[in-house]
Design a protein. Sequence first.
Length: 378
Amino acid sequence: MAGISVRPVETGKDTKSFIDFPYSFYPDAYPAWVPPLRQDTSHAISPKHNPFFEHGNIQLFLAEDASGTIVGRIGAIVNGMHLKKYEDGNGFFGFFECINNYAVAEALLDAACDWLRSQGLTGVRGPTNPSLNDIAGLLVDGFDREPSLLMPFNPPYHADFLQQYGFERAMTMWAYYVHKKYVQIDKLRRGAAIVKRRNPGLHLRNLDMKRFDADAQVILDIYNEAWSNNWGHVPMTEGEFGRLIKDLKQIVDPNIVYLLEKDGEPVAFSIALPNLNLALKHVKGGRLLPFGLPKLLGYAKFGGIYECRMPLMGVRQAYQGKAFDTLLVLATIENGPKHGYDACEMSWVLDSNQVLKNSLVSMGGVVDKEYAMFEKGL
């Protein structure tokens, strides 16, 4: 496509165009796309609202055709916490959207890579929006099915464009779907009984909303320890976790959030969240006002949210390998239907986590979607 130009986002009008762009073509072309709330994107890219900017930086770009029509967007990202932990010279890209034209993708990726080079970085990985602790990864299989809460959706050609540009797959991630009709509940219960017998002093409890902040701090501590050796993991700062918890507090259902204690000390946790995308898909245009919020609340109240997603689970390193996750998964699957959740998406699961993958298949889970992270040198 001739006449493509890419420019940095500099004004409030540019920012609005950046946020609005996906709504210009997704609704008609991709029925499975669930429009994210525009406010969420606005806050993610705002230094005022996102604590990521305490250690990171983002340069946003827009692509226009010869007529001045926006045809794509991208963010070039410096993640200070990643660089502090890995010292690998890697920057990131995210918020990537473009029409089905490789020239547009190439121009956007050129702009992002050039900016990252100017920051002294030697590699690029993505997509992250803006970090792996946020919505991250590229959907590569499962385009006919709606994404679960806080999971990405993109056109199939994005992966082709990245590979054409020279990106290679850095990691594959999976979403497993577990439904009450097909789960091997007896097998899980037998496994849980063995875990309890081998580890006396275990006690499982739900999140306590009356001491929400204290429980949230425990979860952060376990998470940063449990995930520290996972591929690409970057610890959440207190500010980032505080923002996340503030957001989750509005939607969390304590009936499907668990802490596991041993002899009174918290050693593991799992968080499942109502799949609000089942309601958000009815909020046209990604705006809560004036009509979106009543629709969202209506679907939430009258049984429109019948699935949950488990995005986070962690076990302290000293207790890893003891199958404590079995107790957390069993509790979610047993109690979920009592509170209106007939199924749960476990996502995402790293391809390198063979133990968890085997466990999910053994209990009756099936792969529902495939995601990937891509990287290349600069």
